[in-house]
Design a protein around this ligand. Structure first.
Ligand code: PLP
Length: 410
C-alpha cells in the first residue's frame, strides 16, 4: 500500500527544524562516538548491488550496511550512547566530564547513584545497556510481551536489569515512565511524548553519522548532483527516518532526494500520521516479525521532520520482509551476500514491492535512471529468528560474504 504525502515540501531546510536537529550537532555526536569501543572504528560498508538494480529496473541500488556498525548488531548503537552522555553532562555540570572520556569509562565509580531506564523492542535497549555499562551507571530495561528471550538475554549480557510486562510496546513505554517517576530514574527513550523531547532528539541526532558516512563515500564518485534520487527508510516510531531525513534535507535543500518511509502494515503509525496530517497511532495489531518496527505510536518529535519531508509512505507484509532477507542473503555474481535482519530489510522490501507495481513505481518516480539508497539497519540481531526465516544462519551468510569479497577484491 502506498500513500503519497500531500504535505511533502520541496524547500530549504526550515530554520525552526535546524534549531532542533542540525548537521553541526550530528557531527559533534559523531566525534563523541568515534572512540567508543562498542562501535566499528571504520565507516560501515555501502554495498553496490548491480544485479539487483538491473533486476528491479533502476540504475543503482546501494545498501548502507549497519550490521557492521557494532557488536550490538544495529544502527541503534549510534543513538542511546549520545543521549545518555548528553544527559549526564547536563545533570552533572560541576563534574566537568568529557564526553569521549565518559564513554571510555574514565569516570566509572562516579555515577553509581544514577539510573537510566527505557522501554525497547530490543535494539535500543541493548545499545543503552552497553552505553550504561561503559560509563558506569545503572540501567533498567522494560520489555513487552513480544520481545524474545534471545533479545532479553542479549540486553542482560550488558548488565541491565530487566522488567518484563504483559502488555505491548506502548505499554512498556508507559511503565518505564512510571518507574522513572517513582524512583527518580532517568528515561532515555528513543521515542518522544508530550513534555519529553530532548533525549529522543539526541538519540535521533546520533543517527546522523550514517548519513555523514554515506555522503563521504558516495559524493566523491558521483558525476553530477546528488548521489541518490531515492532513499528508502524503514519506520518504527520514526526516529531513524527523521534523523536521516533531517540530515539529507539540510544538506540538499530543495534538491533533496525523494524520501519513502516503509512500515509493517500491522504497525502503520507513520502511514496513519501521513493520512491524518498529524502524529497518529497505528490501526493494526502492532505485532510483526519486524520487531524493531512494531511500534504503535508515532514519535511526535520525529513527525515534525517527517510530515513535511517524506514524499511517500508504504506498508509491507511480514512475508515481504522475509523475501527481502532472502534476496540480500543470497547475493549473486555481482552482488555481495548481506546479512539483513527482519527490520533491517524493510526498506529493500518496499523497493521490491514498488518494482513489481509499475503504476506505484511511476508515482514514486522510480525508473531506469533512479539511484536508490537503502539502509540495512540491523544484522541477525535475533540469530535463531534469522536462521528460521532465511534457512541459513547469519554466520553462514557472513562466511559466504567473505568468500565473495575475496574473489571480487579488485
Ligand atoms: C533494526 C531497526 N530498524 C529500524 C528501526 C526503526 O527506528 P525508529 O523506531 O527510530 O523508527 C528500529 C527500531 O527499533 C530497529 O531496531
Amino acid at each position: 500500500m502506498l500513500f503519497s504525502n500531500p504535505n511533502a515540501k520541496r524547500e530549504a531546510y526550515p530554520q525552526s527544524l535546524q534549531k532542533i536537529m542540525s548537521i553541526k550537532q550530528a557531527n559533534e555526536s559523531r566525534n563523541w562516538l568515534s572512540k567508543w569501543n562498542q562501535l566499528s572504528a571504520t565507516a560501515t560498508p555501502l554495498w553496490d548491488l548491480r544485479d539487483l538494480a538491473k533486476q528491479l529496473n533502476v540504475e543503482k541500488i546501494c545498501v548502507k550496511d549497519e550490521s557492521y556498525r557494532s557488536p550490538l548488531g544495529s544502527f541503534k548503537a549510534l543513538g542511546a550512547p549520545i543521549a545518555l552522555v548528553r544527559l549526564i553532562l547536563q545533570l552533572f555540570p560541576e563534574k566537568n566530564f568529557n564526553a569521549q572520556a565518559l564513554l571510555a569509562g574514565d569516570y566509572q565509580g562516579q555515577l553509581g547513584s544514577f539510573t537510566a531506564i527505557s522501554a525497547t523492542d530490543g535494539n535500543h535497549g541493548r545499545a543503552l545497556a552497553a552505553a550504561a555499562q561503559s560509563v558506569g551507571c545503572r540501567c533498567v530495561i522494560v520489555l513487552h510481551a513480544n520481545v524474545s528471550v534471545e533479545r532479553e538475554e542479549a540486553i542482560a549480557a550488558y548488565g541491565a536489569e530487566i522488567v518484563r510486562i504483559a502488555g505491548n510496546y506502548d505499554e512498556s513505554v508507559e511503565r518505564a515512565a512510571t518507574l522513572a517517576r517513582e524512583n527518580q530514574w532517568y528515561v532515555v527513550s528513543d521515542t518522544s511524548y508530550e513534555g519529553y523531547e530532548i533525549i529522543p532528539r539526541d538519540v535521533m541526532q546520533g543517527y546522523g553519522t550514517i548519513a555523514a558516512e554515506i555522503i563521504e563515500v558516495s559524493e566523491a564518485s558521483q558525476r553530477e548532483g546528488r548521489p541518490f534520487t531515492h532513499i528508502f527508510l524503514q519506520g518504527g516510531v520514526g526516529g531513524m527516518a527523521a534523523g536521516l531525513a533531517s540530515y539529507f534535507w539540510e544538506l540538499y535543500g530543495v534538491d533533496r532526494p525523494t524520501l519513502v518511509v516503509v512500515e509493517p502494515s500491522q504497525a502503520d503509525c507513520l502511514y496513519q500520521s501521513a493520512l491524518n496530517g498529524q502524529a497518529s497511532n497505528a490501526t493494526g495489531s502492532v505485532d510483526s516479525v519486524m520487531a524493531g518496527l512494531a511500534c504503535g505510536e508515532t514519535s511526535p518529535l520525529a513527525w515534525k521532520f517527517l510530515g513535511e519531508s517524506v514524499d511517500h509512505f508504504m506498508l509491507i507484509s511480514d512475508d515481504d520482509a522475509v523475501a527481502a532477507m532472502r534476496v540480500l542473503a543470497a547475493g549473486s555474481g555481482n552482488d555481495v551476500p548481506v546479512v539483513g535482519g527482519e527490520s533491517g530489510v524493510a526498506g529493500l522490501a518496499g523497493l521490491i514491492n514498488l518494482a513489481g507495481a509499475p503504476a506505484d513505481a511511476a508515482r514514486v518516480g522510480l525508473n531506469k535512471g533512479s539511484r536508490v539508497l537503502i539502509i540495512n539497519t540491523e544484522g541477525a540481531t535475533a540469530p535463531s529468528v534469522y536462521e528460521e526465516l532465511v534457512g541459513e544462519s547469519g554466520e553462514s551468510v557472513q562466511k559466504r560474504q567473505q568468500s565473495w569479497l575475496s574473489i571480487h577484491k579488485h
